[in-house]
Design a protein around this ligand. Structure first.
Ligand code: SF4
Length: 263
Protein backbone atom coordinates (compact mmCIF):
# COMPACT_ATOMS: atom_id res chain seq x y z
CA UNK A 1 0.00 0.00 0.00
CA UNK A 2 1.27 3.45 -0.85
CA UNK A 3 2.34 5.67 1.99
CA UNK A 4 0.37 8.88 2.19
CA UNK A 5 2.51 11.85 1.33
CA UNK A 6 1.53 14.95 3.25
CA UNK A 7 2.65 18.47 2.58
CA UNK A 8 6.21 19.14 3.65
CA UNK A 9 6.71 22.21 1.52
CA UNK A 10 6.88 24.49 4.52
CA UNK A 11 9.57 22.34 6.14
CA UNK A 12 11.71 22.09 3.04
CA UNK A 13 15.17 23.50 3.36
CA UNK A 14 16.95 25.06 0.41
CA UNK A 15 20.21 23.99 1.99
CA UNK A 16 19.61 20.32 1.14
CA UNK A 17 19.97 21.00 -2.58
CA UNK A 18 22.58 23.73 -2.16
CA UNK A 19 24.70 21.59 0.18
CA UNK A 20 24.62 18.66 -2.23
CA UNK A 21 25.43 20.99 -5.12
CA UNK A 22 28.45 22.28 -3.22
CA UNK A 23 29.52 18.73 -2.46
CA UNK A 24 29.16 17.69 -6.11
CA UNK A 25 31.19 20.67 -7.36
CA UNK A 26 33.88 20.17 -4.71
CA UNK A 27 34.14 16.45 -5.47
CA UNK A 28 34.77 17.21 -9.13
CA UNK A 29 37.18 20.02 -8.28
CA UNK A 30 39.21 17.93 -5.82
CA UNK A 31 39.01 14.83 -8.03
CA UNK A 32 40.37 16.60 -11.11
CA UNK A 33 43.02 18.40 -8.98
CA UNK A 34 44.26 15.13 -7.47
CA UNK A 35 44.23 13.50 -10.90
CA UNK A 36 46.24 16.37 -12.33
CA UNK A 37 48.84 16.33 -9.57
CA UNK A 38 49.36 12.57 -9.19
CA UNK A 39 48.22 10.66 -12.25
CA UNK A 40 49.88 12.85 -14.87
CA UNK A 41 53.24 12.24 -13.14
CA UNK A 42 53.05 8.55 -13.93
CA UNK A 43 55.96 7.76 -16.31
CA UNK A 44 53.86 5.13 -18.07
CA UNK A 45 51.53 7.76 -19.48
CA UNK A 46 54.28 10.06 -20.76
CA UNK A 47 52.87 9.69 -24.27
CA UNK A 48 49.46 11.04 -23.41
CA UNK A 49 50.48 13.26 -20.50
CA UNK A 50 50.10 16.48 -22.46
CA UNK A 51 46.59 15.63 -23.65
CA UNK A 52 45.48 14.43 -20.22
CA UNK A 53 46.91 17.54 -18.55
CA UNK A 54 45.04 19.84 -20.95
CA UNK A 55 41.78 17.94 -20.49
CA UNK A 56 41.95 17.77 -16.71
CA UNK A 57 42.99 21.42 -16.50
CA UNK A 58 39.95 22.32 -18.62
CA UNK A 59 37.72 20.33 -16.24
CA UNK A 60 39.37 22.07 -13.29
CA UNK A 61 38.75 25.53 -14.74
CA UNK A 62 35.16 24.70 -15.67
CA UNK A 63 34.49 23.29 -12.20
CA UNK A 64 35.92 26.46 -10.62
CA UNK A 65 33.50 28.38 -12.85
CA UNK A 66 30.58 26.28 -11.61
CA UNK A 67 31.69 26.96 -8.05
CA UNK A 68 31.19 30.63 -8.95
CA UNK A 69 27.76 29.62 -10.32
CA UNK A 70 26.87 28.11 -6.96
CA UNK A 71 28.08 31.23 -5.16
CA UNK A 72 25.94 33.32 -7.52
CA UNK A 73 22.88 31.21 -6.60
CA UNK A 74 23.51 31.68 -2.88
CA UNK A 75 24.12 35.44 -3.22
CA UNK A 76 20.98 35.83 -5.37
CA UNK A 77 18.87 33.97 -2.79
CA UNK A 78 20.35 35.95 0.11
CA UNK A 79 19.89 39.35 -1.55
CA UNK A 80 16.57 38.42 -3.22
CA UNK A 81 17.65 40.07 -6.44
CA UNK A 82 19.23 38.92 -9.68
CA UNK A 83 22.61 40.31 -10.64
CA UNK A 84 23.11 41.12 -14.29
CA UNK A 85 25.05 38.49 -16.22
CA UNK A 86 24.84 35.78 -13.56
CA UNK A 87 21.62 34.15 -14.83
CA UNK A 88 23.39 32.12 -17.49
CA UNK A 89 26.03 30.81 -15.09
CA UNK A 90 23.44 29.85 -12.44
CA UNK A 91 21.30 28.09 -15.05
CA UNK A 92 24.21 26.06 -16.50
CA UNK A 93 25.47 25.15 -13.02
CA UNK A 94 22.06 23.74 -12.08
CA UNK A 95 21.51 21.99 -15.42
CA UNK A 96 24.92 20.29 -15.44
CA UNK A 97 25.10 19.35 -11.79
CA UNK A 98 21.47 18.40 -11.11
CA UNK A 99 21.99 14.70 -12.07
CA UNK A 100 25.21 14.60 -10.02
CA UNK A 101 23.39 16.12 -7.04
CA UNK A 102 20.77 13.35 -7.22
CA UNK A 103 23.51 10.68 -7.33
CA UNK A 104 25.43 12.20 -4.41
CA UNK A 105 22.14 12.41 -2.48
CA UNK A 106 21.38 8.77 -3.28
CA UNK A 107 24.83 7.80 -2.00
CA UNK A 108 24.13 9.73 1.21
CA UNK A 109 20.70 8.05 1.43
CA UNK A 110 18.76 11.29 1.08
CA UNK A 111 15.43 10.65 -0.62
CA UNK A 112 14.97 11.94 -4.16
CA UNK A 113 11.70 13.62 -3.09
CA UNK A 114 13.52 15.62 -0.42
CA UNK A 115 16.25 16.75 -2.83
CA UNK A 116 13.72 17.62 -5.54
CA UNK A 117 11.52 19.52 -3.08
CA UNK A 118 14.56 21.47 -1.95
CA UNK A 119 15.46 22.16 -5.58
CA UNK A 120 11.94 23.51 -6.22
CA UNK A 121 12.37 25.84 -3.24
CA UNK A 122 15.72 27.05 -4.60
CA UNK A 123 14.20 27.53 -8.07
CA UNK A 124 11.20 29.43 -6.65
CA UNK A 125 13.48 31.72 -4.70
CA UNK A 126 15.53 32.41 -7.84
CA UNK A 127 12.31 33.14 -9.76
CA UNK A 128 11.15 35.50 -6.99
CA UNK A 129 14.48 37.31 -7.26
CA UNK A 130 13.78 38.25 -10.86
CA UNK A 131 12.00 41.57 -11.32
CA UNK A 132 9.57 40.02 -13.82
CA UNK A 133 5.91 41.07 -13.81
CA UNK A 134 3.57 39.76 -16.49
CA UNK A 135 0.01 40.41 -17.59
CA UNK A 136 -2.57 37.70 -16.89
CA UNK A 137 -2.53 36.71 -20.58
CA UNK A 138 1.20 36.03 -20.37
CA UNK A 139 0.88 33.68 -17.41
CA UNK A 140 0.01 29.98 -17.74
CA UNK A 141 -1.17 27.64 -14.98
CA UNK A 142 -0.39 23.94 -15.42
CA UNK A 143 -2.26 21.39 -13.31
CA UNK A 144 -1.65 17.65 -13.01
CA UNK A 145 -4.60 15.41 -13.90
CA UNK A 146 -4.35 13.67 -10.49
CA UNK A 147 -5.90 16.76 -8.88
CA UNK A 148 -9.20 15.78 -10.47
CA UNK A 149 -11.37 13.51 -8.33
CA UNK A 150 -10.83 9.94 -9.56
CA UNK A 151 -14.61 9.38 -9.74
CA UNK A 152 -15.33 12.51 -11.79
CA UNK A 153 -16.92 11.55 -15.14
CA UNK A 154 -15.91 14.72 -16.99
CA UNK A 155 -12.92 14.92 -19.27
CA UNK A 156 -11.18 18.11 -18.29
CA UNK A 157 -7.73 17.21 -19.60
CA UNK A 158 -8.29 18.74 -23.00
CA UNK A 159 -10.58 21.47 -21.77
CA UNK A 160 -10.63 22.48 -18.13
CA UNK A 161 -13.86 24.42 -18.71
CA UNK A 162 -15.59 21.01 -18.78
CA UNK A 163 -15.29 21.05 -14.97
CA UNK A 164 -18.82 21.51 -13.56
CA UNK A 165 -17.41 23.08 -10.41
CA UNK A 166 -19.31 20.68 -8.23
CA UNK A 167 -16.77 21.08 -5.41
CA UNK A 168 -15.91 17.36 -5.48
CA UNK A 169 -12.24 18.27 -5.77
CA UNK A 170 -10.05 21.36 -5.69
CA UNK A 171 -10.22 21.85 -9.46
CA UNK A 172 -13.34 23.99 -9.03
CA UNK A 173 -11.55 26.39 -6.64
CA UNK A 174 -8.43 26.48 -8.79
CA UNK A 175 -10.43 27.22 -11.95
CA UNK A 176 -12.19 30.04 -10.07
CA UNK A 177 -8.87 31.44 -8.84
CA UNK A 178 -7.26 31.43 -12.28
CA UNK A 179 -10.48 32.54 -14.03
CA UNK A 180 -10.97 35.55 -11.75
CA UNK A 181 -7.43 36.68 -12.61
CA UNK A 182 -7.78 35.97 -16.33
CA UNK A 183 -5.02 33.35 -16.25
CA UNK A 184 -5.22 30.47 -18.73
CA UNK A 185 -5.22 27.06 -17.03
CA UNK A 186 -4.37 23.72 -18.61
CA UNK A 187 -4.62 20.28 -17.05
CA UNK A 188 -1.84 18.01 -18.36
CA UNK A 189 -1.12 14.32 -18.05
CA UNK A 190 2.66 14.56 -18.14
CA UNK A 191 5.78 16.31 -19.39
CA UNK A 192 5.00 15.99 -23.10
CA UNK A 193 1.60 17.60 -22.73
CA UNK A 194 3.04 20.30 -20.49
CA UNK A 195 5.65 21.14 -23.16
CA UNK A 196 2.89 21.26 -25.81
CA UNK A 197 0.83 23.63 -23.65
CA UNK A 198 3.85 25.91 -23.18
CA UNK A 199 4.56 25.88 -26.92
CA UNK A 200 0.91 26.63 -27.72
CA UNK A 201 0.45 29.49 -25.25
CA UNK A 202 4.02 30.84 -25.32
CA UNK A 203 3.71 32.31 -21.81
CA UNK A 204 6.24 34.67 -20.23
CA UNK A 205 5.92 32.80 -16.94
CA UNK A 206 4.35 29.58 -15.64
CA UNK A 207 2.85 28.47 -12.35
CA UNK A 208 2.96 24.68 -12.16
CA UNK A 209 1.39 22.30 -9.66
CA UNK A 210 2.78 18.76 -9.56
CA UNK A 211 4.79 16.24 -7.60
CA UNK A 212 8.48 16.85 -6.87
CA UNK A 213 9.73 14.70 -9.75
CA UNK A 214 7.50 16.23 -12.45
CA UNK A 215 8.07 19.75 -11.20
CA UNK A 216 11.85 19.45 -11.16
CA UNK A 217 12.05 17.94 -14.63
CA UNK A 218 9.56 20.54 -15.92
CA UNK A 219 11.56 23.41 -14.41
CA UNK A 220 14.82 22.09 -15.91
CA UNK A 221 13.20 21.50 -19.32
CA UNK A 222 11.78 25.01 -19.36
CA UNK A 223 14.93 26.99 -18.44
CA UNK A 224 15.17 29.99 -18.81
CA UNK A 225 11.37 30.38 -18.74
CA UNK A 226 10.47 31.26 -15.12
CA UNK A 227 8.39 28.47 -13.58
CA UNK A 228 7.07 28.82 -10.03
CA UNK A 229 6.41 25.33 -8.68
CA UNK A 230 3.86 24.32 -6.05
CA UNK A 231 4.32 20.76 -4.80
CA UNK A 232 1.08 18.83 -4.36
CA UNK A 233 0.04 16.74 -1.36
CA UNK A 234 -0.72 13.05 -1.88
CA UNK A 235 -2.90 11.99 1.07
CA UNK A 236 -4.01 8.87 -0.85
CA UNK A 237 -0.61 8.08 -2.37
CA UNK A 238 0.93 9.11 -5.69
CA UNK A 239 -1.23 10.22 -8.61
CA UNK A 240 -4.58 9.79 -6.85
CA UNK A 241 -6.89 12.55 -5.66
CA UNK A 242 -3.98 14.83 -4.90
CA UNK A 243 -4.39 18.23 -3.26
CA UNK A 244 -2.59 21.52 -3.30
CA UNK A 245 -2.03 24.39 -0.90
CA UNK A 246 -4.30 27.08 -2.39
CA UNK A 247 -2.51 29.77 -0.37
CA UNK A 248 0.78 28.87 -2.07
CA UNK A 249 -0.96 28.97 -5.45
CA UNK A 250 -2.39 32.41 -4.72
CA UNK A 251 1.04 33.59 -3.64
CA UNK A 252 2.54 32.39 -6.93
CA UNK A 253 -0.16 34.22 -8.94
CA UNK A 254 0.37 37.37 -6.88
CA UNK A 255 4.11 37.27 -7.42
CA UNK A 256 3.83 37.34 -11.21
CA UNK A 257 0.73 39.54 -11.52
CA UNK A 258 1.50 42.09 -8.83
CA UNK A 259 1.88 45.57 -10.40
CA UNK A 260 0.91 43.92 -13.65
CA UNK A 261 0.87 45.63 -17.01
CA UNK A 262 -2.64 46.06 -18.47
CA UNK A 263 -3.92 42.76 -19.97
S1 SF4 B 1 -14.90 20.00 -9.27
FE1 SF4 B 1 -16.38 18.35 -9.71
S2 SF4 B 1 -16.69 18.47 -11.96
FE2 SF4 B 1 -14.82 19.63 -11.50
S3 SF4 B 1 -13.18 18.14 -11.79
FE3 SF4 B 1 -13.70 18.10 -9.60
S4 SF4 B 1 -15.21 16.46 -9.38
FE4 SF4 B 1 -15.07 16.94 -11.59
Amino acid sequence: MNEPVLSATKKTRKRTFLGLLLLAVLLLLIGSGVYLVFFTRDPYIAFSRGVVTVLVTAVLVLTALFLCGLLAIVITIMHERTFRGLGWLMEKTILLFYPVVLQVGRFLQITQDKIQRSFIEVNNQLVRSRPLKVSSRELLLLLPHCLQDSGCPYNITRNIDNCRRCGGCQVSEIVSMSGSRGVKAEMVTGGTMARQAIEEHAPQAVVALACERDLSSGVLDSFPLPVMGVVNDRPQGPCLNTRVDLGALEEAFDHFLNKQRPA
